[in-house]
Design a protein around this ligand. Structure first.
Ligand SMILES: [Cu+2]
Length: 282
């Protein structure tokens, strides 16, 4: 009875999520969402395709095992089959159940290995973004933009302005702005403990490790705001260091650079820079 109710709830939720799919907003999760956020980069698209392939493979295995179990339970229980057979080996069967799983694993690796290299780096990145994880906020640097850099904190819940489209636990004070249709190298490191820079819609998730510079890349397909969260348990405010990426056209990005360079000009007395210098001195 209980199982029936759980199954009904599960399928109702699945149907609900399919029905709600067209309304899936860019760049963030919605309540009861089951599937992935819409892909906004070639990396995310490939990851989703791979995920789907794995889902079909695991689904087929689950169904096959279930049928096999049911068959054994019905065909070979002690009532139907009181005299069990005594043989212990079946060479063809043993070959099959060794070779078929190997083929499945080979298929998976043939698909996944090239993708690992694809996600690794852009061949000729047009710009670089450096991301540093701190307890508990993010630092962003644009090394090829005169060292433009700033810190990014979550907007506290009582300051969220829904009329500006701000989202609880996701919006930040200083948004990372990036141009669309540009190959961007992303360097990721940590300043204190291990964090993880993750933006699902862009297909990025990479650890930010102190003393190590991890690298990945992104090409954002369409303008929009994409949210992410630190994805490595990093201390008490792990849940309160979100990532907000705003993707804009190349022209808008150039305009933003001009104002951002003024806004975040290095000022020894500014709070942000004091914090950063203090961190760097540690
Ligand atoms: Cu963190």
């Amino acid at each position: 009875m209980m199982t029936g109710r759980i199954l009904t709830a599960f399928f109702a939720a699945a149907l609900f999520s399919l029905a709600a799919d067209p309304a899936l907003a860019d760049g963030f999760a919605v309540p009861w969402q089951i599937n992935m956020q819409d892909a906004a980069s070639p990396s995310a698209e490939r990851l989703h395709e791979f995920h789907e392939m794995l889902l079909w493979i695991t689904g087929a295995i689950v169904v096959f095992i279930m049928v096999l179990l049911l068959y054994v339970m019905l065909r070979f229980n002690s009532k139907v089959n009181p005299e069990p057979a005594k043989f212990t080996h079946n060479v063809p069967l043993e070959v099959i159940w060794t070779v078929v799983p190997i083929l499945v694993l080979v298929l998976i690796s043939v698909k996944s290995m090239p993708m690992l290299y694809y996600l690794d780096r852009a061949e000729e990145p047009e710009m670089t973004l450096k991301v540093t994880g701190y307890q508990w906020y993010w630092g962003y640097e644009y090394p090829d933009q005169d060292g433009l850099s700033f810190l990014s904190y979550m907007v506290p819940e009582d300051e969220i302005d829904a009329s500006k489209g701000q989202k609880r636990l996701l919006s930040v004070d200083n948004v990372v702005v990036l141009p669309v249709d540009t190959d961007i190298a992303i360097q990721i490191t940590g300043a204190d403990v291990i964090h993880s820079f993750a933006v699902p819609a862009l297909g990025i998730k990479l650890d930010a490790v102190p003393g190590r510079l991890n690298e990945t890349w992104v090409r954002i397909d369409k303008p929009g705001t994409y949210y992410g969260q630190c994805s490595e348990l990093c201390g008490k405010d792990h849940a309160y260091m979100p990532i907000e990426v705003k993707a804009v056209s190349k022209e808008e990005f150039a305009n933003w650079l001009v104002t951002a360079k003024e806004q975040f000009a290095f000022d020894i007395n500014a709070d942000d820079n004091t914090v950063r210098l203090a961190m760097a001195a540690q």
